[in-house]
Design a protein around this ligand. Structure first.
Ligand code: FES
Length: 126
């Protein structure tokens, strides 16, 4: 079974599982600050679930690409919308600061929280 590593946790899940749902089910927040409440619930339109996703996942489709082409995201930043990602193999996730997760400073990495970041615990920075 594929394994997702995020925020210091290692989670087994079935192939084809949705990354955002797997993370939330295991208590790993994919939204920062007010975006915890103000998000599209996985429709792929708000852009707030963005993260760096490394590993074996489905390729980006038009909806995700269109949202990541809009500011404050940049398509060349290499982020993915976790709600649009299906897990195919082992995956490592890093969440960055900012309402949309568009920042350059990690909120948390695969290894765990970024304790040097002023936003820890998660949800403190917007
Ligand atoms: S939850 Fe809104 S784009 Fe993923």
């Amino acid at each position: 079974m594929p394994r997702v590593t995020a925020q210091g946790k290692s989670i087994e899940c079935p192939a084809g599982a949705n990354l955002r749902q797997v993370l939330l089910k295991h208590g790993i927040g994919v939204h920062n600050g007010a975006a915890v409440a103000l998000n599209c619930q996985g429709l792929g339109t708000c852009g707030t679930c963005a993260a760096l996703v490394e590993g074996d996942v489905t390729p980006m489709e038009w909806r995700e690409q269109a949202r990541l082409d809009l500011a404050p995201h940049r398509i060349d930043a290499g982020r993915r919308l976790t709600c649009q990602v299906q897990i195919q193999g082992d995956v490592r996730v890093t969440k960055f600061e900012g309402f949309w997760g568009q920042g350059s400073e990690p909120e948390w990495t695969a290894a765990g929280p970024n304790r040097s970041h002023h936003g820890w615990p998660p949800g403190k920075c917007g």
